[in-house]
Structure formats: C-alpha cells, structure tokens
Design a protein. Structure first.
Length: 86
C-alpha cells in the first residue's frame, strides 16, 4: 500500500549509522523531526540485534568486529537514545 517491502536489510553495517548521523545533524539534534520515533526505535533494535558477542560490529553480518563499524554503530546507538553505560 505504501510502496515499500519489509525485509531483513542484511547488508553492510556502516550505512545505517551514516543515515542516523546525517539525520541527527540535519535535524538539529531532534531525530523525530526527520522520522517518527517508532522508526528510531526500530533502528536501535536492528543495531542491537546485529551486535557481535564481543560487543562490536563487523563490516557486514558475517564479518568479525572491526573498530570502524563498532565506533559508527556505537555512535548511532547513542544518537537514537541508548544510554552511555548500556
């Protein structure tokens, strides 16, 4: 009805954080100006679901954790509202 198909993204772990960071900057720190809060909660759930056992993120679903993607995804989680000590 609305022109989209739901499905697992399953791709690189550096694109969603880039979107979150860009939305944060362009919305003057108020993400809900860019998209409804439910979308940001879904983004947080996606990031948490794909976090590795060691606490980091790889460049894609099947790669080991890298510093690059771990840093990007951590920043994205913080911007969508995850607490610092979580």
């Amino acid at each position: 009805e609305d022109g989209q198909w739901a499905g697992d993204y399953g791709g690189p772990h550096f694109l969603l954080p880039g979107f979150v960071i860009a939305a944060y900057i362009t919305s003057s720190g108020k993400l809900t100006k860019a998209m409804p809060a439910a979308y940001w909660r879904a983004a947080e759930a996606y990031l948490r679901n794909h976090q590795q056992e060691d606490g980091g993120w790889g460049t894609h679903l099947e790669s080991p954790s890298t510093m690059f993607c771990s840093a990007l995804n951590y920043v994205a989680l913080r911007l969508v509202g995850a607490p610092m000590d979580d």
